[in-house]
Design a protein around this ligand. Structure first.
Ligand SMILES: [Ca+2]
Length: 190
């Protein structure tokens, strides 16, 4: 009987088109991919290590999952006063980068990050890579830089002058086009 064999479909799961591949993902899978903080799974390094009387403010403190922005809480990386201080993350493979969120220091010195340049590319030397953006506004403690899909294995933050650099947390998310905002997804997970 033809009518008895007719298949009735249930409600369809919400779907999104991945703008970079054109493939359709279920919403759950898409969220898993887009909200992952790539920085957390990367190798990191910095231009030098600030001498903080026994405490070592190493590069990994910018990806320890703790965005406490008081330096005394020991979760911020910190360089010496270098000529062009930098902090760098290296991913396992090239990624298209969307939003970057930098948590600045709260207890002092937030102007130090003003003018910092974010580079994305496949060279370990940031000078060979493309500029994603510049930090012009340090009025908010969380600074957002949008890379709009720039691709690379390395993300480097550089202050183009003689300065100290401190970053309390660094997060980087894949580019997802205009279909979904990574930051709004993070907020909904919180
Ligand atoms: Ca931290």
């Amino acid at each position: 009987m033809k009518s008895g064999g007719r298949r009735v479909r249930g409600p369809r799961e919400p779907q999104h088109i991945n703008p970079s591949t054109g493939r359709v993902r279920t919403q759950e899978t898409y969220r898993d991919v887009t909200v992952r903080n790539l920085a957390k799974y990367s190798s990191v390094d910095q231009s030098s290590l600030y001498d903080s009387k026994g405490f070592k403010p190493v590069a990994e403190l910018a990806i320890d999952g703790n965005d406490d922005n008081l330096f005394s809480q020991r979760s911020c990386m910190h360089t010496s006063k270098d000529d062009h201080p930098w902090w760098k993350m290296e991913m396992e493979e090239s990624e298209r980068i969307g939003t970057i969120v930098i948590t600045n220091r709260k207890d002092c010195c937030r102007d130090r990050l003003k003018g910092a340049i974010v580079y994305v590319g496949d060279s370990p030397d940031y000078k060979d890579n493309a500029v994603c953006g510049t930090v012009n506004d340090v009025s908010e403690l969380k600074i957002t830089v949008c890379c709009k899909g720039l691709e690379g294995k390395f993300i480097t933050v550089v202050i183009p002058r003689k300065e100290y650099m401190a970053i309390c947390e660094f997060e980087a998310f894949r580019y997802v086009g205009k279909y979904l905002s990574p930051t709004s997804s993070i907020d909904s997970d919180a």
